[in-house]
Every structure is written in structure tokens, then in C-alpha cells.
Design a protein around this ligand. Structure first.
Ligand SMILES: C[S@@+](CC[C@H](N)C(=O)[O-])C[C@H]1O[C@@H](n2cnc3c(N)ncnc32)[C@H](O)[C@@H]1O
Length: 302
């Protein structure tokens, strides 16, 4: 039975024009009921409508609320620090290899928590440009508002992260990989194997047997928005296994690809998030040197 996330179903974009399309509430409810997810169907039934369609403004408010909660969970899981632990060595290797400019693009940034936190700490250095990109204008608008309010050196763009005017030196994402079906992951990784791009770092939920239970306990305790509680557990159920991720990442054939501290090396009670990393072979030795003892945590495709 398909595991669905409500946040994927309540907004829809025209793939060609990226214009927002109306979403018929009864269709979403029917899909969730067909997936035997009555609880999710009830959450959607409570969303206000505009005629037969979900009300766009109400959906936007709901998604901003859920992502604001998600930001708090991201802070508790030290996601910005975890990204910095990987990005600082990758960027040091890129500088050493003469890569210029250093432009980091967050694919599917949501409210841009990771980008804003990295900009706020300055940990990556003043020569690094930070950009968050998301299809959803409500999330991007809120991300930009918060960045301006905090006077942060970063910016946010609404659209497709792979269609920016300038390519990224380094792509990252947080909690996005499980939104793609396994057979679409190869396309996602191949899109990052472009000449200007030196590396990627994508964190997602480690697919351990205990992940759904852990996510349920954690979201019951810490997530206040029902949509977020539902989707948090669904995310853990949808998370891709190590071998699936490594095989897909290897399709970026110009990169060396790794998982960092994959689940078979981790305590299943603690392995909440772990990154898939791709880096140009010319930069790998320096990356490993920068990681020092932690380089032992890098595992490549079998
Ligand atoms: C789970 S949400 C993101 C959560 C966010 N990264 C965070 O840390 O809170 C997934 C987002 O990815 C966005 N997305 C997926 N593919 C994208 C792409 N190619 N370009 C821009 N946004 C994308 C969707 O619009 C959606 O808002």
C-alpha cells in the first residue's frame, strides 16, 4: 500500500509553467482513503475550501505552520551543525581545487532554516553564496521575510532548483529525498552532475527498522501540527534504504559518491538523519583529509 504525505497532495504545480493548479478536496480525501489512511483524510477534510477546491490561502498557512514546527525539530536535531560538518570540508576541498564561485543551493528549502542558520553562523566563510530554492511561493516568501528581518547574507528563489540562471557549486537538501519514488532518484542525482558543480550533500531519514516507531514517538512528543505529525511518520516509512540511495547517487557518474555513517554502522536508536555525498574525484583526497578521523564514516557503493 502506498504511503502518502499530505503535504505532497494539497498543492499542485503545472510541470511546464510552474503555475499553481487547483486541488479538489474530494480527490485528495479519496486518495488517502484508498491508501487506508483515514487519519490523513480527516486532516484534509478540515482544510477550508473555495468551491470544490482546497482554499489556497488556507493551505499556505497550514504548510507555513507545519514547516515552522519542522524548523524547531531541525534545530533540536542540530541539522545546521550536521550540514556544516560536511560542507566545511567539502568547501575547503573546493577552494583548494580552485573552484569559483562557491555557490551553495538548497533544493526544496521550505522555510530555508538550513540556509538561514548557515548564513547566521557564518561557518562556511564570507566567500560562500547561500541560496534556498523551493517550488512553493508561500514557503519561499516566509523564508525571505525571515532572512530580511534577521539581515542574513542569503537569498531565496521560487522555482526549480535545477533551472536557476547560475548552477550551484554545491547542492544540498534536507528531508527531500524520500519525496521522490526510488525510480526517480537517479534523475535527481544525474541533474547535479553538471560541469559547474563540485559536490552535493543530501540529508534524509535513515531507513532503519526502528525509524517509523522513533518518528512516531518523537512527533507525538514534539510536533504540534497534526499534518506535521502525520507526515513525519510517513516520511520515516518512505525513507529509502542505504543501497537504494547509493545506487541512485552513483548515477551522477562524474562524482565519487558515499553515505556518511550509513545505517549498518549506526545505532538504530540514534541514526535519525544521515547524508548522501557526491564529490568530484579530484577533490576527494582533500575532502577526506579535512574530515580527518571522521573519514572512516564514509562508505561507497558496494
Ligand atoms: C519536505 S519539503 C522541504 C523541507 C525543507 N527542506 C526543510 O528542511 O524544512 C520538500 C520541498 O521540496 C520542494 N522541491 C522538490 N523538488 C524541488 C526542486 N527541484 N526545486 C525546488 N523545490 C523543490 C517542494 O516544493 C517541497 O516544498
Amino acid at each position: 500500500m502506498a504511503v502518502l504525505e499530505i503535504s505532497d497532495l494539497v498543492v499542485s504545480w503545472d510541470p511546464a509553467t510552474r503555475q499553481r493548479l487547483p486541488v479538489v478536496k474530494a480527490d485528495v480525501v479519496a486518495r488517502l482513503r484508498a491508501a487506508a489512511d483515514a487519519r490523513a483524510a480527516r486532516i484534509v477534510e478540515r482544510i477550508p475550501t473555495d468551491g470544490p477546491n482546497l482554499d489556497d490561502a488556507a493551505v499556505d498557512r497550514l504548510l507555513v505552520r507545519a514547516h515552522t514546527e519542522l524548523q524547531r525539530l531541525g534545530e533540536e536535531l542540530h541539522m545546521a551543525q550536521r550540514f556544516a560538518e560536511m560542507l566545511v570540508p567539502v568547501l575547503a576541498a573546493a577552494r583548494d581545487g580552485g573552484v569559483h564561485p562557491l555557490r551553495v543551493v538548497d533544493i526544496g528549502c521550505g522555510l530555508g532554516y538550513v540556509v538561514r542558520a548557515l548564513a547566521s553562523s557564518g561557518v562556511l566563510g564570507p566567500d560562500v553564496e547561500l541560496i534556498g530554492v523551493d517550488f512553493n511561493p508561500a514557503l519561499v516568501g516566509e523564508a525571505q521575510r525571515l532572512a530580511v528581518e534577521e539581515r542574513l547574507p542569503c537569498r531565496f528563489v521560487c522555482g526549480d532548483a535545477f533551472a536557476l540562471d547560475e548552477d550551484a557549486t554545491l547542492y544540498l537538501s534536507n528531508g527531500v529525498l524520500h519525496h521522490f519514488p526510488a525510480d526517480a532518484l537517479g534523475t535527481f542525482f544525474r541533474a547535479q552532475d553538471r560541469p559547474a558543480t563540485a559536490a552535493f550533500v543530501h540529508y534524509d531519514i535513515a531507513a532503519t527498522r526502528l525509524a517509523p516507531l522513533g518518528a512516531w514517538i518523537y512527533h507525538r512528543a514534539r510536533m504540534r501540527e497534526p499534518l506535521g505529525r502525520h507526515d513525519g511518520v510517513a516520511s520515516a516509512r518512505r525513507a529509502h534504504g542505504d543501497d537504494v540511495l547509493l545506487a541512485a547517487a552513483a548515477q551522477a557518474s562524474g562524482m565519487e559518491t558515499f553515505l556518511f555513517e550509513p545505517t549498518r554502522h549506526a545505532n538504530p536508536f540514534c541514526a535519525a538523519m544521515r547524508p548522501v555525498i557526491g564529490i568530484r574525484p579530484a577533490l576527494t583526497a582533500r575532502f577526506r583529509a579535512e574530515l580527518g578521523r571522521r573519514a572512516k564514516g564514509l562508505v561507497g557503493p558496494r
